[in-house]
Write a new protein. Structure first.
Length: 421
């Protein structure tokens, strides 16, 4: 499969059959040793293996594998994507997982776990106690399963990454997971995209980002999040949470919530990437976007794809990009708006040129030595912190808003999409 070869060595006289792999550089390793209808007695995982992918299970194979997982003390990563696991298979697998003390990464993406199977796996992982990465995306998980996941998250002291995208988790389940994050001090990455957590779930997750949270990557794409959820996320950003990557695409927050998010970015000194694709943002938002472009010296990538900008807004954006003195942005995506190809290409050209200039400056700084580069970084960080402290204490708004305001509401927009209510 995929050009990856596996090798099953015959058991030595009187010994066990060992499933062997080729070197790690030829990953993913695909193991078929537990797949046959009849599994030879004594089948076990090669004790030298640290990562393994499995496929084509029979019940007898899974029973043997579960026993091997329970006894194994070297295998740290298990990949069970697309193997049609349902509740019955989870019941068998969970018994082995509960007794294992070394697996750090478990991937069960795109199976049929449902709530029942998820409860079994989550319960086993609570007993297992050392997992760091859990992927349960695409498993038909609802709020009952989300409750089990939340209990595992709240009790874990090792979990760093949780991926539960493309399920059926609603506002209730999203809120439960959000509340559990407060009790998980090790969490760094959360992907809850393609669910339906709406505002209630987003508010709970946003609250967990404050304090001692270590979450640096968060995806809440396509979750029906509106104004209240957007404002809660903005509040977390304004508090300078540790997020460095934030995906809010396809939530249709519109300009009201966007105003709060962009105002928060004037204070935030940590966020590097922001995806606002498909949020019905219009030209009026340039009032706040312009300030961010001029004053935020940390943000590196931002996507406005699939929104409602016209040439008027895009030209104002380009003007601010050219004017900014400490621009850290290297990528601005404005595709699939109401912008002509000419203006789009002008923004693209400017960003590519600017990115090359930044790369050149970094290269030159590196040649001068680490001390000069570190001094420059310290200077930039110091300026950002001073700006943050000054704005937080005064609560003042930049005067650039009045100069960057554009009037588009009274103008006709021929050839554009109908303005959303």
């Amino acid at each position: 499969v995929g050009g990856v070869t596996t090798l099953a060595l015959p058991p030595p006289w009187g010994g066990a059959m060992v499933i062997s792999f080729f070197p790690a550089k030829e990953k993913p390793q695909l193991v078929r040793g537990f797949s046959p209808k009849v599994v030879k007695p004594g089948a076990q995982i090669d004790p030298e293996i640290e990562e393994a992918s499995f496929t084509n299970f029979s019940r007898s194979g899974l029973l043997a594998l579960s026993a091997a997982i329970a006894a194994n003390n070297t295998l740290t990563k298990l990949d069970f994507r697309h193997v049609c696991f349902g509740p019955e298979e989870c019941d068998i697998l969970s018994k082995g997982l509960a007794e294992n003390r070394v697996i750090r990464d478990l991937n069960l993406q795109n199976n049929n776990l449902s709530d029942i199977g998820t409860e079994m796996i989550a319960g086993a992982l609570i007993q297992q106690g050392v997992l760091e990465v859990l992927t349960l995306s695409g498993n038909g998980i609802g709020d009952t399963g989300a409750k089990a996941i939340a209990e595992f998250v709240a009790r874990s002291r090792t979990l760093k990454e949780l991926r539960v995208s493309d399920n059926h988790i609603s506002e209730v389940g999203g809120a439960l997971i959000g509340e559990a994050l407060d009790k998980c001090p090790t969490m760094k990455q959360l992907d809850m995209g393609l669910n339906d957590i709406s505002d209630g779930g987003a508010i709970a997750i946003a609250k967990s980002l404050g304090g001692y949270s270590k979450i640096s990557r968060l995806s809440l794409r396509a979750n029906s999040i509106g104004g209240p959820g957007g404002k809660a996320i903005a509040k977390a950003l304004k508090g300078n949470c540790r997020l460095r990557y934030l995906d809010l695409c396809v939530n249709r927050m519109k300009d009201d919530a966007m105003k709060h998010i962009f105002e928060a970015l004037l204070l935030n000194t940590n966020l590097h990437e922001l995806d606002l694709t498909g949020n019905a943002i219009q030209d009026e938002a340039m009032e706040w976007i312009s300030e961010v472009i001029l004053e935020n010296s940390v943000l590196q990538k931002i996507s406005f794809q699939d929104n409602y900008f016209t040439d008027a807004g895009a030209k104002e954006m380009l003007k601010m990009l050219q004017k900014a003195e400490n621009l850290a942005l290297v990528e601005v995506n404005v595709y699939n708006n109401h912008i002509t190809d000419l203006v789009t290409s002008q923004i693209d050209l400017f960003m590519k040129t600017h990115a090359r200039e930044l790369a050149k400056k970094k290269k030159e700084a590196k040649k001068r030595g680490p001390s000069s580069g570190a001094a420059e970084d310290d200077k930039n960080r110091s300026e950002s912190k001073v700006s943050f402290a000054t704005r937080k204490s005064s609560g003042s708004r930049s005067q650039s808003r009045s100069t960057s305001r554009i009037s588009v509401g009274s103008k006709s927009r021929e050839g554009s999409k109908t303005k959303l209510p």
